[in-house]
Design a binder for this molecule. Structure first.
Ligand code: FAD
Ligand code: NAP
Length: 313
C-alpha cells in the first residue's frame, strides 16, 4: 500500500548540495527528508582522490560522501533510499512521487539532483556501453589491466580519468578535439609528465568497433578535426569524459532553464521561478560545478527555505 509522508522541506538528491542542505535545514529544526536517488552520494562516489575539499589535502570521493551523509543524519535529516519519479509543483503542498510508491508532500522543496555524464551519441558507442565503453574509470578501470585504453575529452574529468587509468593500462591515449586542455594546470602537468599517456590532439571518435562473441571493444576510428583523415586506434576500453548535463528531468517543463538545461535561479539566490522551490548545486551551475560550490548552494537553499517558511507562517 502506498504511504504518504509530509515534511516541511523535501531535499531531492544526495550529493554535496543535498547533504549540506540537510545539515542546515536540520539545524533550523525543519526536520527535512532527503531522498537519495539512484546514486547515493552523487558524482564524487565515481572518483578517487579529491584534493580541493577544504580541510583535507586529500580524501577519497566516496569517503567524503559517506562523511557528509553521516553529518546530515547526525544533525537530524531523515535520509531515504528512494528515487523521485515526478514532482507536482502546481499546488501546495508540493507532491513528489517516489519510485517505492511513497508520496512525499512538502511545504518547500530543495532540488539537488546534480548532473550526469554526457555521451557522444554514436550508435557504436551505445552498442558497446558496458562492453568496453564506460563513463566511469573508477568503476571500470580495473577490467583493463595491461590493455590499451582511450579516454575522450579535455577537461578535469578526462585528465583525472586518464591519470587514474595508468594504474591499470599499458597505454592511455587521450583523444581531444582541440590542442588545448581546459583542465586545471596542476592536472595538465601531471598528464604531460606521465609516460603512459599520449595525447592525440584535434581528433574525435568516429566509430567504436569490436567483436560480437564475446562482445567487446577492439578499437576506435578517430577523425582529424581539420583534415577529416580517419585513423585506426586499437584499444580494449573507451572512457567517455566529455562533461555532464544537468539532471533536470523532474522540472524541465515547469522551471526556467538555460545554457543547456541548467535551472535558472535568481541572482545570488537559490530561488527558482516557483516560490517554495529552491535549486542548488550542479543542477543550476553551468560555470563552477565543484563540490564546494555545490555545498555552498545547498547551504543557501536551506537558509532560504527556512526564511520562506517563516514568512509563510
Ligand atoms: P551530484 O553530486 O551530481 O549528486 C546528485 C544527486 O541527485 C545524486 O545523489 C542522485 O542520486 C540524486 N538524484 C538525481 N535525480 C534524482 C531523483 N529523480 N530523485 C532523487 N534523487 C535524485 N568536484 C570537486 O570539487 N573536486 C573534485 O575533485 C571533483 N572530482 C570529480 C570527479 C568526477 C569523475 C566527476 C564526475 C566530478 C567531479 N567533481 C569534483 C565535480 C563534483 O562531483 C560535482 O560538482 C558535485 O558532485 C555536484 O554536487 P551536487 O550535489 O550538485 O550533485
Ligand atoms: P568539462 O569541463 O565540460 O569538459 C568537457 C570536455 O569534453 C572538454 O574538453 C570538451 O572539449 C570535451 N567535449 C565536450 N563534448 C564533446 C564531444 N561531443 N566530443 C568530443 N569532446 C567533447 O567537463 P568535465 O571535465 O566533466 O568537468 C565538469 C566539471 O566538474 C568542471 O567544472 C570541472 O572543473 C569539475 N571537475 C573538477 C575536478 C577537480 O576539481 N579535480 C575533477 C573533475 C571534474 P572542449 O574543451 O573543446 O570544449
Amino acid at each position: 500500500m502506498s504511504e504518504t509522508r509530509h515534511t516541511k522541506v523535501l531535499i531531492i538528491g544526495s550529493g554535496p548540495a543535498g547533504y549540506t542542505a540537510g545539515v542546515y535545514a536540520s539545524r533550523a529544526m525543519l526536520e527535512p527528508i532527503l531522498v537519495q536517488g539512484i546514486e547515493p552520494g552523487g558524482q564524487l562516489t565515481t572518483t578517487t582522490e579529491v584534493e580541493n575539499w577544504p580541510g583535507y589535502s586529500e580524501i577519497q570521493g566516496p569517503d567524503l560522501m559517506v562523511n557528509m551523509e553521516k553529518h546530515a543524519r547526525d544533525m537530524g535529516t531523515e535520509i531515504i533510499g528512494d528515487i523521485i519519479t515526478s514532482l507536482d509543483t502546481s499546488a501546495r503542498p508540493f507532491k513528489a512521487q517516489g519510485d517505492s510508491g511513497t508520496v512525499y508532500t512538502a511545504d518547500a522543496v530543495i532540488l539537488a539532483t546534480g548532473a550526469r555524464a554526457k555521451w557522444l551519441g554514436l550508435e557504436s558507442e551505445e552498442k558497446f556501453k558496458g562492453f568496453g565503453v564506460s563513463a566511469c574509470a573508477t568503476c571500470d578501470g580495473f577490467f583493463y589491466r595491461g590493455q590499451e585504453i582511450v579516454v575522450v575529452g579535455g577537461g578535469n574529468t578526462a585528465v583525472e580519468e586518464a591519470l587514474f587509468l595508468t594504474n591499470f593500462a599499458s597505454k592511455v591515449t587521450l583523444v581531444h578535439r582541440r590542442d588545448e586542455l581546459r583542465s586545471e594546470k596542476i592536472l595538465e602537468d601531471r598528464l604531460m609528465k606521465n609516460e603512459k599517456i599520449e595525447p592525440l590532439w584535434f581528433h574525435e571518435i568516429d566509430e567504436v568497433y569490436g567483436s560480437e562473441d564475446p562482445k567487446g571493444v577492439e578499437g576506435v576510428k578517430v577523425r582529424h578535426t581539420k583534415t577529416g583523415e580517419i585513423t585506426d586506434l586499437p584499444c580494449k576500453g573507451v572512457f567517455i569524459a566529455i562533461g555532464h548535463a544537468p539532471a533536470n528531468e523532474l522540472v524541465k517543463d515547469v522551471l526556467d532553464t538555460h545554457m543547456g538545461g541548467y535551472v535558472v535561479t535568481k541572482p545570488d539566490s537559490t530561488e527558482t521561478s516557483i516560490p517554495g522551490i529552491f535549486a542548488a548545486g550542479d543542477l543550476t551551475d553551468h560555470k563552477y560545478r565543484q563540490a564546494v560550490t555545490s555545498a555552498g548552494m545547498g547551504c543557501m537553499a536551506a537558509l532560504e527555505a527556512e526564511r520562506f517558511l517563516a514568512e509563510e507562517d
